[in-house]
Design a protein around this ligand. Sequence first.
Ligand SMILES: [Zn+2]
Length: 123
Amino acid sequence: MNKKSLPEKKIYKFLQSINENFASQIKNLPGKPDFLIENKNLILNINGCYWHNHGCVHSRIPEKNTNYWLSVFEKNKSRDYENTKKLKALGYKIINIWECVLNDEKAKARTFKNLELLINGAV
Ligand SMILES: [Zn+2]
């Protein structure tokens, strides 16, 4: 198994716990999605709060070189947008999970519960 970030490990464990067939770090799809649930055409992406400028407490914009960082975040956002558009055109559903949600046990439990329902087609 190749190296995974902590948020990735949490998703990995969750998907294993619900017995889904999935692949991770999909290199041949736009934006290299983090996870693909194969038989559902469902993509799960983990968004780092800082790099994707979530707007939560983990995504403060640096006071130094502010304009530079703002342009980096804008580029990341427009790249996310383009990749999402391409993936949708290929027939995938995309779910983005914010990193901060995975760091909060309650929020994480709620998110995983919803994901499980969604993956099982109950929603
Ligand atoms: Zn966040």
